[in-house]
Ligand binder design. Structure first.
Ligand code: PEP
Length: 255
């Protein structure tokens, strides 16, 4: 399938950066730098910045996402944020299963699945992150591992709900390290993700799925990564905090 028919999405993951005041300033810069993009542009901010981000992006091409969500709608889960809380704010997207959440906050494939289901039920678009560690790559189990992560994350997700799922392939060894996967490595795993989704949901669904690459994507390497047939966008950490660098990636995705 012609990848132009799929939605290209560039999403920034701000991680634990930017106060609400700093958020307003960066969004003002982004609105100047990113205009008429040829792709969907999302900024995922800390929870505390979401109200400000929703307000500041109104009427612009920027969409707002959260970086995580709890799987229960409400209850005794001190410190957590639910999907209805996000949608009530006007948030459209949420990242689930980022490797930093898996590594530092003990998230598992099962809780990633529960979060994805809860977010989809509330009407959020979900960016599901998968990816291998360096040791797993060196052991030659990348494809098997990523296939398993995708299968578990999508358990119970209907074909209809899948339309609101984006999968981000993020090799852990490339996140925040400056060490990017080669375009061929990114293509190989993004294609494997599309294949497993095809096995689960059929070819048409797989052809329509947006698969992102994430891991030290920047203004210099974005065009090559995004030129690959199964790489439909990017999930960007560090470079999403600089308006010019992020805008350059958005431009590369729009071509
Ligand atoms: C990320 O946090 O999802 C990410 C890809 O980070 P970086 O671009 O900084 O590697």
């Amino acid at each position: 399938m012609n990848k132009q028919l799929r939605k290209a999405i560039i999403a920034g993951n701000w991680k634990m950066n930017k106060t609400p005041t700093e958020t307003a300033a960066l969004i003002a810069q982004l609105k100047g730098a990113v205009q008429n993009p040829g792709c969907e542009v999302v900024i995922c901010t800390p929870f505390t910045s979401l109200p400000c981000a929703v307000e500041a992006t109104k009427g612009s091409c920027l969409h707002v996402g959260a970086e995580n969500v709890h799987f229960e709608a409400s209850g005794a889960f001190t410190g957590e944020i639910s999907a209805p809380m996000l949608t009530d704010l006007g948030v459209e997207y949420v990242i689930v299963g980022h490797s930093e959440r898996r590594q530092y906050f003990a998230e598992t494939d099962q809780t990633v699945n529960k979060r994805a289901l809860a977010a989809l039920a509330a009407g959020l678009k979900v960016i599901v992150c998968v990816g291998e560690s360096l040791a797993q790559r060196e052991e030659g189990v990348t494809e098997e591992l990523v296939r398993m992560q995708v299968k578990i994350a999508l358990q119970g997700v209907s074909a209809e709900a899948l339309k609101n799922v984006i999968i981000a392939y993020e090799p852990i060894w490339a996140i925040g390290t400056g060490r990017t996967a080669t375009a061929d490595q990114a293509q190989e795993v993004c294609a494997a993700i599309r294949r497993v989704v095809g096995e689960l949901y059929g070819q048409t669904a797989a052809d329509g799925l947006t698969v992102q690459y994430g891991g030290s994507m920047n203004a210099g390497n974005a065009a090559e990564l995004l030129s690959k047939p199964d790489v439909d966008g990017g999930l960007i950490g560090g470079a999403s905090l600089k308006a010019d660098a992020f805008a350059a990636i958005v431009e590369a995705a729009g071509k």
